[in-house]
Design a protein around this ligand. Structure first.
Ligand code: NAD
Length: 330
């Protein structure tokens, strides 16, 4: 079972699982996910889609639960922060309860945001983080932290077979076009011939992991030996400045766009980079796709989307016109 299976990462995971010959139940309430992401799977006898909100209990017989349900970008998770916390916390309780009941192994898609505004770079798993409990991002950060707590309490108290992965910035085809993340922002701006907006001097750095690498890591983590609970960081440690990323996107897309600079928002971290030593040692995992290689299919996806091909429509989410204006870093 993949919760959040119609989303960006979830739909790629469903693809891989169906390819592996697994029977897949995709559970999603379609808040940020889309049927377009899974349409090609709907005809497969191995694939079932269940429209369901994980904040409510669910009873199905499954052997593995990948718990990905949660809006991941600030524009989306800040839209209804109470629902975001409920999705992480009630969702974790419901899925862990199910895992306990049917003795399923369960994997949590946690996040680098559990480190908050870190004072340690890059962040090892032992770092406890520096999170504001009352800010506008707290619904996501603290919700994910509480979900991790629940995973480890179900592990200690009920011996539920858990896996916790902390995901750093991931990009690729099927990212939501209006989620405000820098990779999709730059690509969409360049494809439309708009100027690319770089905040500050563009020297702040980020690391970007291509979706195929992340899904490979997720599958390795799920099938790791029982004692391997995590948390384990997953991401691509290669660092790029925002300016370098903008230049790469422009170089690949061409056109009339220019780079324009805007003031840096106060909550914008200077650097975010994963320490993936544990993933390397424990699972032999490391990313293989370079930013140059990963940008190609991502640009191709957004190009098709702009031409109306992929069925998402390049409009702001309906009824939420202000979302595009908000800034995002994850
Ligand atoms: N993409 C990244 O860079 C990244 C980084 C860190 C962590 N993550 C985590 O990975 C997971 C997937 O992220 P994504 O980038 O694919 O985001 P996404 O928004 O594309 O996918 C999340 C999916 O969960 C669904 N969902 C949301 N609330 C739900 C609910 N209450 N019940 C059922 N379904 C619900 C959405 O409709 C969507 O399909 C999330 O848990 C996210 O926190 C992602």
């Amino acid at each position: 079972m993949v919760t959040g299976g119609a989303g960006f990462l979830g739909s790629h995971l469903c693809d891989r699982l169906v390819e592996q010959g697994r029977d897949v139940v995709c559970v999603d309430n379609l808040f940020t996910g889309s049927k377009a992401n899974i349409r090609h799977l709907l005809g497969s006898p191995r694939f079932e889609f269940l429209r369901h909100d994980v904040t409510f209990p669910l009873y199905v017989e499954v052997a593995r639960i990948f718990n990905l349900a949660c809006p991941a970008s600030p524009v989306h998770y800040q839209h209804d922060p109470v629902q975001t916390t409920k999705t992480s916390v009630h969702g974790a309780i419901n899925m862990l309860g199910l895992a306990k009941r049917v003795r399923a192994r369960i994997l949590q898609a946690s996040t680098s945001e559990v480190y908050g505004d870190p004072s340690v770079h890059p962040q090892p798993e032992e770092y406890w983080g520096n999170v504001n409990p009352i800010g506008v991002r707290s619904c996501y950060d603290e919700g994910k932290r509480c979900a991790e707590t629940l995973f480890f309490d179900y592990f200690r108290q009920d011996r539920v077979d858990i896996k916790v992965m902390r995901i750093f910035n991931t990009y690729g085809p099927r990212m939501h076009p209006h989620d405000g993340r820098v990779v999709s922002n730059f690509i969409v701006q360049a494809l439309r011939g708009d100027d690319l907006t770089v905040f500050g001097d563009g020297q702040q750095s980020r690391s970007f992991c291509y979706v195929d690498d992340m899904i490979r890591g997720m599958l390795l983590m799920m099938e790791s030996p029982s004692g391997v609970t995590g948390p384990i960081n997953f991401g691509n440690p290669a660092e790029f400045t925002m300016l370098e990323l903008a230049e790469k996107v422009l170089e690949k897309i061409g056109g009339r766009s220019k780079i324009v600079f805007k003031p840096l928002p106060s909550d914008d971290p200077r650097q975010r980079q994963p320490n993936i030593a544990k993933a390397r040692e424990t699972l032999g995992w490391e990313p293989a796709v370079t930013l140059d290689d990963g940008l190609e299919p991502t640009i191709a996806y957004f190009r098709e989307l702009l031409n109306g091909g992929a069925g998402f429509g390049l409009r702001p989410m309906e009824g939420q016109p202000s979302m595009r204006a908000k800034r995002a870093t994850e």
